[in-house]
Design a protein around this ligand. Structure first.
Ligand SMILES: NC(=O)C1=CN([C@@H]2O[C@H](COP(=O)(O)OP(=O)(O)OC[C@H]3O[C@@H](n4cnc5c(N)ncnc54)[C@H](OP(=O)(O)O)[C@@H]3O)[C@@H](O)[C@H]2O)C=CC1
Ligand SMILES: N[C@@H](CC=O)C(=O)O
Length: 338
């Protein structure tokens, strides 16, 4: 299969490395993934025969920029040219999340689906703002729209809710859905570092959003909660329907005090269905060991679904990270093709 990438930052680069590392595995399952395009905000490279992954990775390790590539082996391209040529089966969208407009990812996804190209996205903005319409567009054009990376990456929140809980009504969703804030809270607690130091470390690890206020002000949790609520509970809620609080008001003193009481602060998103009235919130909660999320440590996350017929299910783990996020993209690509 031929693929193109739009958005080539932390996750995009990790994805290319993963494709290379998993070459033998992919061959064994009969999936020959040929990367034809890489496009970022200013440049794009194209090789109709496929970009040489080994050469690309070696050059990226030397800190070469994408625009240095097309001068030698590749053709200079852009998104519109890629859509015109239309020689890819699947587009991977890894542009920054914009919660107000969903752009630029929203336009890219729409155009790809309209042109009968499958889409796998890490960008949450378009999914949060227009999942239903985009999914209808995919169905109309007989292609697939995969969103597993947008709601926890390696933590399989979407697949668990749609595939493994098929047939059940999900009555409530509760989750630690953001690895950055979970990491910051634990880093402050264990190492007594300031909030700013802990955030810098999360950014160094590549897990914070391009705009980190999305993480620390609770928006990334809210966006993921909203996607899960709309997709799994068949709702059409908006971000403005969620009461959102982040972690920025919490001091090291608050964390120390909680530690003395054997308690922990966690940023938790919650959707409940009260006889058809949906309530959604993102809040800092002080929890003790009896709470299932007490043991969600470091960059890990967790989600709990309560349903009518399949009971009370909690899954934990799926640490945030660019390699794990890229692995959740590969998971979606494999699931399109198997
Ligand atoms: N980091 C993580 O662990 C996870 C991230 N995500 C999501 O994945 C997406 C990417 O994250 P991440 O890789 O960390 O982000 P980065 O900021 O590292 O990379 C974003 C990339 O998008 C490119 N870009 C920006 N604007 C455009 C545009 N108009 N057209 C084409 N490309 C554009 C940037 O190009 P340039 O370099 O030229 O500016 C850059 O290559 C985000 O939506 C994020 O929410 C999801 C799960 C986990
Ligand atoms: N910033 C996010 C990345 C994945 O969605 C996080 O910290 O979980």
């Amino acid at each position: 299969m031929n693929i193109g990438i739009v958005g080539f930052g932390g996750v995009g680069k990790a994805f290319v490395k993963l494709l290379y590392d998993k070459k033998n595995y992919l061959e064994k399952i009969g999936l020959d993934i040929n990367l034809l395009y890489i496009i970022n905000s200013t440049v794009g490279i194209y090789n109709p025969e496929g970009i040489n992954l080994k050469n690309l990775i070696e050059n990226l390790d030397l800190n070469k920029k994408l625009d240095e590539f097309y001068a030698s082996k590749y053709i200079n391209t852009n998104f519109n040219k890629m859509i015109e040529i239309k020689d890819i089966d699947t587009l991977i969208v890894m542009t920054p999340t914009n919660k107000e407009t969903g752009q630029p990812g929203l336009s890219y996804i729409k155009q790809a689906l309209e042109n009968k190209i499958n889409v796998v996205t890490a960008d949450k903005g378009p999914v949060m703002l227009a999942y239903k319409k985009l999914n209808e567009l995919a169905i109309k054009n007989n292609v697939q729209f995969k969103i597993g990376c947008t709601c926890g990456g390696a933590l399989p929140t979407v697949n668990t809710g749609t595939i493994d809980m098929a047939g059940a009504d999900i009555l409530s969703i509760e989750g630690i859905l953001n690895g950055t804030t979970n990491f910051i809270l634990e880093h402050m607690e264990n190492n007594m570092v300031s909030y700013h130091e802990a955030l810098l470390e999360a950014q160094r690890l590549g897990i914070a959003e391009t705009n980190p206020s999305l993480d620390v002000e609770g928006w990334d949790t809210a966006i993921k909660l909203l996607i899960l609520t709309n997709v799994l509970m068949n709702q059409e809620k908006k971000l403005s329907d969620i009461a959102v609080k982040g972690i920025t008001s919490l001091s090291l003193n608050d964390i120390e005090e909680a530690k003395r009481e054997n308690m922990k602060y966690k940023l938790i998103g919650k959707t409940t269905n009260d006889n058809g009235n949906i309530h959604m919130s993102v809040n800092l909660e002080k929890i003790d060991i009896s709470h299932p999320f007490y043991i969600v440590n470091s960059k890990n996350k967790g989600v709990r679904y309560i349903s009518d017929t399949l009971g009370d299910l909690t899954i934990m783990g799926g640490a945030s990270g660019v390699r794990a996020a890229s692995a959740s993209i590969l998971r979606d690509i494999i699931n399109i093709n198997c």
